[in-house]
Every structure is written in C-alpha cells, then in structure tokens.
Design a protein around this ligand. Structure first.
Ligand SMILES: O=C(O)CCC(=O)C(=O)O
Length: 281
C-alpha cells in the first residue's frame, strides 16, 4: 500500500492594486498575515501586485532583487512561516539594466529560493478589442521554475505562460504536482479563456492548478478579470471568486492526485515513439 501523502492548504490573494506602491505592498502584507492565520501553508499574490499593469509604468515602478518589496515579502514569509509565491513585480536587473516581469519565491524561513521571470511576454492584438505589448518595455526570462515546498513540487508561471501547454508539461515532467500562475487576464480573454486554460492544464497534467489575479479596479486603465481559481487534477473547480477583493483557499490533496494519475495513467501511455516534448535548456 502506497504511503499516504501529507496535504496542505493553498491561499490565493486577489487584492486590489492601485497607483501607490507602498499602499499596494501594505495591502499584500495584510492579506498574507490573514491567509497564514487561516492556516495556509502556500500563499500566492497576483501578477503585478505592487504597480498598475501598464507597459509605460513598469520602469518607474521597477526594483532590483535587493529592493524594498522583495525584503518585505521575505519578512512576511518568515514571520508567518509560509511558502510565498510573490505574484510579480517589474524587476530591474542591475547588470543588464533590463526590466522583467518577475515572481520572487520565498521559503518558510523567508529565504528567496527562486525567481521566475515571465517566459512568454503578453503581446496580442485582438482587433477592436484589446491590444497589449509587454515587449515594448519588458524582456522575457529564459528559465523554468519548479520549486520543492516539502509537500510536493510546484511549477510557477506568470499569466500568459499558462497558454503554452508545453511549459506546464515540462514542469509536470520535472515532478510538479501543482502549477501556480499569478495572472491578470482582462475583460476580453478572461471570460473566454481564463477558466478553460486552468482546467485544460489541470486535466492534461493531472495536476492542481491555481491562477491568482488582482481584484478589478474600476479606476485602472487595464481592467483585470479577477476570478482567481483553484482546479483539482480531475478538472473540478475547488475554489473560485468574482472580481472583488478576497482570498481564495483550497486544500491540496496529494492522495487524490495520485489516485487520478494511477486510474488514468496517461504519463506511461504516451507514444514516445511517435512524438516527444523536448527540453532544450
Ligand atoms: O493571455 C491572456 O489572455 C492574458 C495574458 C495577460 O494578461 C498577461 O500575460 O499578463
């Protein structure tokens, strides 16, 4: 009989983000404390939680890895004894001077253990609906991010990264049992694809998937879809909210995941003689 796995609690913070960076960070810290008090072991903030989501302001709001935002997140993870996926902030690299959309990740001692720089930049043009070009001011990252939080491995991507099934499949192959995407979809692609993509990634990887958005801010030029969600490996929605500020919680049951993986064993049924996914880096 296989050994029972230890389950854990995930919290996704759907917080309101405005123009005042210090206020945004303070708001994030308050919600992190609340999530930890409610028993969360792994907490995620949303994409761009300390600045408005707009290419023209990324430089102005950017900070380096040794900046105040990273320090405060580290302190919050340590104080609350939680693993923290720090949503994302515009990060300035002090060496190449470029700006990245970066998720800083901390262990329960507050140590910065990894950073994920968004790999796929959000450059789209849906005629008469939405045009956005992150590459106007951002540079893409080139690294995969799978962390081991003790309970299981977790793959981290940022928003548009969820659209690329290959990335999630690679993470799964690297051992991830949960995929977390801080993200900020919009009122065009949100209703069409946000939930569909999460359920798709969950079913094709037999994995837990969480996507954590900022709350919708009526004063903001970019209207976030909100609707932060957690999906289980069977494709069921475990937790989901609307567009308002709130925290979503989900119990991550790794025994249930193992059962799904053993009852529908797609991992060992792949026709590797006909096709393959190749990791080039
Ligand atoms: O893929 C989408 O529709 C939205 C992506 C996005 O907003 C982002 O990458 O920040």
């Amino acid at each position: 009989m296989a050994e029972r796995e230890k389950n854990f609690k995930f919290a996704g913070i759907q917080m309101l983000v405005g123009e005042n960076k210090e206020e945004n960070v303070r708001n994030a810290l308050k919600f992190i404390d609340e999530a930890a008090k409610n028993g969360a072991n792994l907490v995620s903030l949303p994409e761009c939680f300390n600045c408005p989501y707009a290419t023209k302001v990324f430089e102005q709001y950017s900070e380096t890895e040794s900046g105040e935002t990273v320090k405060q997140l580290s302190d919050a993870a340590k104080k609350n004894n939680i693993w923290l996926i720090g949503g994302s902030i515009p990060e300035k690299d002090p060496i190449d001077g470029k700006i990245y959309n970066t998720c800083f990740i901390f262990n329960d001692k507050g140590e910065l253990i990894k950073k994920h720089r968004k790999v796929h930049l959000f450059d789209i043009d849906v005629p008469n609906k939405i045009k956005f070009k992150e590459s106007e001011t951002l540079t893409p990252g080139n690294d995969f991010t799978v962390i081991d939080i003790g309970y299981c491995k977790v793959g981290v991507g940022i928003c548009y990264d969820i659209r690329f099934a290959e990335l999630s499949m690679l993470y799964t192959r690297m051992g991830a049992k949960m995929l977390v995407f801080p993200g900020s979809f919009n009122l065009v692609t949100g209703p069409a694809h946000w939930e569909l993509l999460q359920r798709g990634r969950a079913v094709d990887n037999q994995s837990y998937v969480a996507a954590v958005s900022p709350a919708r801010n009526p004063d903001s030029a970019y209207q976030s879809w909100g609707h932060s969600t957690v999906v289980d490996p069977w494709g069921r929605i475990l937790s989901k909210t609307d567009e308002h500020q709130s925290i979503i919680y989900a119990d991550i049951d790794l025994n249930e995941l193992n059962e799904v993986r053993s009852s529908i064993p797609i991992t060992v049924q792949r026709r590797n003689d006909l096709y393959k996914l190749e990791q080039l880096k």
